[in-house]
Design a binder for this molecule. Structure first.
Ligand SMILES: [Zn+2]
Length: 387
C-alpha cells in the first residue's frame, strides 16, 4: 500500500507526547526519587482515607489542594524531589481517587514482587535545558534523541519506568499538524484474526503474530529464570505490534475521508480461548489510533455494528454468505442470489461501508448486556479456528 501525496489545507495545534529514553547513568537517582514519590502517594492515600472515615466528627473528602497544605514543608524530608513534584503527585492522586470513586487507592510499593513501576511527575518549569543535558531537581540527565526537543515548549510531564526497568521521559509538547484533503472518499475496515484488518478496497494488514512468533522464546527464558530477558521479549512484541498498526492507520487516514470500522469487542473475546490471538491483533489500539489521527486530520471515523456483515452479499444484500462454525474455513464464496464472487473479509468491509451510509452509527461497542456464555458462543461462531 503506497501513500498518495496529500494537499495541506490548514494547520491545527495539537498536543503530542514525546517519549525519550533516559540514559542509564541516571537510573539509580531516578529509582531513589521514585521511592520518595511513592512515599508521598502513600501518605496522601492514608491521610485521605482517614479523613473520609474519621473516628469522630464529620467525614471530609480531601482535594488536591487540601493535600498540598498537609504536605507543606515535606521537602525537608526528601533528598531528591521538590515541592512541585509533591504537588503534582497530590493532584494526580486526587484525580484518580475521583475517577475511581474510591475512599482508598492501591498502595505504591517501592520493592518486592508487587513493586509499582517508577513514576516521577513534574511541572513544566522544573525541567530545564542545559547545553547537552537536561536538568531536573538539581540533577543532570541525558536522553537519547535529544535533538527532537529542539525549539519545543513542553508542558507538565513525567519520568516513567517500563516493565524492563528502563526509564523514559514523557513530555507533552504542542505541535502543529497540517490538515490535508483526502484523495479518496470512503472505506470500510473489517477487523479479524487471519488478517488484522481488511479494507473494502481489498487491501489487507496481515496479522503479525508478534507475540506468537516469540512465545516459545519467552517461555524458555522464563523456565530458565531469565525474567529480565522475558520482559524484554514481551516489550519487543508490543513495540512491533504498535509500529505495524501506526503505519497502517497513518496510510488509511492519509488516504480516505470517511473511515468505517466494525464494533468488534476485544473485551468480550479476551474471555474466550482466542484471547492470545485477539490481544496480539491489537484491534483496540488500531481503533484508537484511527480515531485520534482522524480527528487531527479532519476525517470522519465511524464505528458501526458488524451484525451480519459476513453473511450478507454486498451486491444484492441476500444472506447467502458463510455462517456458523463449520463455515469458518470459507475465505471466498459465490452468492447464490446474484452470482457475485466474494472474498469473505473484503465483502464484510464493503457491508460495513454500506451500513454506515444508511444507518446512524453506534459509538463503540453496543451496550447490550450479554452473558459470558453468549459472548463465547458468538466468538466461536465467528472466529472459532481462525487462528
Ligand atoms: Zn448477491
Amino acid at each position: 500500500m503506497s501513500s498518495e501525496p496529500t494537499i495541506p489545507v490548514d494547520a491545527l495545534k495539537c498536543i503530542r507526547t514525546l517519549r525519550l529514553k533516559v540514559k542509564s547513568d541516571a537510573y539509580t537517582w531516578l529509582n531513589a526519587a521514585a521511592t520518595e514519590v511513592n512515599q508521598v502517594w502513600n501518605f496522601a492515600n492514608e491521610t485521605s482515607a482517614k479523613a473520609a472515615r474519621p473516628f469522630a466528627g464529620p467525614p471530609k473528602w480531601l482535594s488536591g489542594y487540601d493535600l498540598d497544605k498537609l504536605t507543606a514543608g515535606a521537602t525537608d524530608c526528601f533528598g531528591r524531589i521538590g515541592s512541585d513534584t509533591i504537588q503534582r503527585v497530590n493532584a494526580e492522586f486526587a484525580t484518580r481517587r475521583r475517577q475511581f470513586k474510591k475512599v482508598k487507592l492501591r498502595w505504591r510499593a517501592s520493592r518486592g514482587s508487587k513493586r509499582a513501576l517508577g513514576w516521577i511527575p513534574f511541572k513544566a518549569v522544573q525541567l530545564k535545558r542545559k547545553e547537552k543535558s537536561l536538568r531536573f531537581s538539581g540533577k543532570a540527565f541525558r536522553v537519547f534523541e535529544q535533538h527532537r526537543l529542539l525549539g519545543l515548549k513542553w508542558k507538565s510531564g513525567c519520568f516513567a519506568q517500563d516493565a524492563v526497568g528502563d526509564w523514559w521521559l514523557c513530555l507533552p509538547v504542542e505541535t502543529s499538524v497540517a490538515r490535508t484533503a483526502a484523495p479518496q472518499d470512503i472505506v470500510g475496515l473489517d477487523l479479524g484474526l487471519k488478517d488484522t484488518a481488511t479494507t473494502s478496497d481489498g487491501e489487507k494488514l496481515e496479522a503479525g503474530h508478534f507475540y506468537r512468533n516469540i512465545e516459545q522464546r519467552i517461555a524458555q527464558a522464563q523456565r530458565r529464570g531469565h525474567r529480565r530477558q522475558a520482559k524484554r521479549l514481551h516489550r519487543r512484541a508490543a513495540r512491533r505490534r504498535k509500529d505495524a498498526l501506526h503505519k497502517f492507520s497513518r496510510q488509511i487516514v492519509n488516504r480516505y475521508q470517511q473511515i468505517i470500522v466494525g464494533d468488534v469487542s476485544s473485551q468480550k473475546l479476551v474471555k474466550t480461548r482466542m484471547a492470545k490471538s485477539v490481544l496480539d491483533a491489537g484491534w483496540g489500539m488500531l481503533k484508537a489510533q484511527l480515531q485520534y489521527k482522524g480527528e487531527y486530520a479532519g476525517r470522519c471515523v465511524q464505528i458501526v455494528s458488524e451484525r451480519n456483515t459476513t453473511r450478507a452479499c454486498s451486491n444484492c444484500g441476500a444472506l447467502t454468505g458463510p455462517v456458523g462454525l463449520d463455515m469458518l474455513a470459507v475465505r471466498a464464496w459465490v452468492c447464490s442470489g446474484c452470482g457475485g464472487a466474494h472474498d469473505r473479509d473484503v465483502n464484510a468491509a464493503k457491508n460495513l461501508m454500506l451500513a454506515a451510509r444508511c444507518s446512524p452509527s453506534v459509538s463503540g461497542n453496543s451496550p447490550r448486556c450479554q452473558t459470558r456464555r453468549r459472548a463465547r458462543h458468538l466468538a466461536c461462531a465467528r472466529y472459532g479456528n481462525a487462528r
